[in-house]
Write a protein that binds this ligand. Structure first.
Ligand SMILES: Nc1nc2c(c(=O)[nH]1)N=C([C@H](O)[C@@H](O)CO)CN2
Length: 119
């Protein structure tokens, strides 16, 4: 199966388990791979048949900026469900990072895979 990917998509959200985190917005970084058959779009040179990464990116940024989860796990699940439901993505691998959350680490976060990869 082909993929469409989005790398280092950034959006600010209220996210975190501590009181101080509920009073500010922190930058999250999202990396995403989505299974998609790219041949129909290529054959017709037609974005209407493509998984439009610009539309997906805009929707994800909008969703993240309106969210206020405590855990990265919760937001990652919600984003995966949105992609499966609204964009009919059959399979995805999503990594959600919260850079700077741990002083001694460059990056921390979660990665999930959802859906069926298919052939
Ligand atoms: N597995 C997780 N561990 C932690 C999370 C999280 O979302 N998932 N969150 C926090 C705090 O909010 C942290 O980011 C504050 O620095 C701690 N551990």
């Amino acid at each position: 199966m082909d993929t469409v990917f989005i790398r280092e998509l950034r959006a600010d959200a209220v996210i975190g388990v501590y009181d101080w985190e509920r009073r500010l917005r922190q930058t999250l970084v999202l990396d995403l791979e989505m299974a998609w058959d790219n041949r129909p779009a290529a054959a017709g040179d037609d974005v209407g048949r493509a998984l439009d990464y610009a539309l997906v990116s805009a929707r994800l940024v909008d969703y993240i900026e309106g969210s206020s989860c405590q855990l990265l796990e919760t937001l990652a699940e919600q984003l995966a469900a949105l992609l499966l439901d609204e964009f009919s993505v059959p399979w995805l691998r999503l990594r959600l990072s919260k850079p700077g959350a741990v002083l001694q680490a460059r990056d921390v976060g979660v990665q999930i895979e959802r859906g069926e990869r298919g052939g």
